[in-house]
Design a protein. Sequence first.
Length: 113
Amino acid sequence: MYCRTQLGELQQSLPQFGALGAEVWAVSSTDAADRLAAYGRVKGLTFPLLADRELTLTKRYGLLDPSNGVMAEPAAIVIDRGGIVRFVRVDVDFRKRPRAQDLLDVLRNLKEP
């Protein structure tokens, strides 16, 4: 439920992300690609929804939930065009998610000299 709210907010904010030259992607470590695609169609999400069932990205970015070892912790990451991680927010409490505005602020700060 919490990630679904966040996904809707990100969808509504896509023009603002685009104006900053950013893309939004969502990654799930628990859902299959076909289920994510169906969900995206139903909810009108136009950004990529990626399945990471083998935990490749989850492990690469150090997001594996240590309490169970089989899924990612809820996180938001900003990666610049050079592949450098510029911002990471991991919340053990799955109910806490960064707002789209929080992520937009991070991006604006990256653009400042």
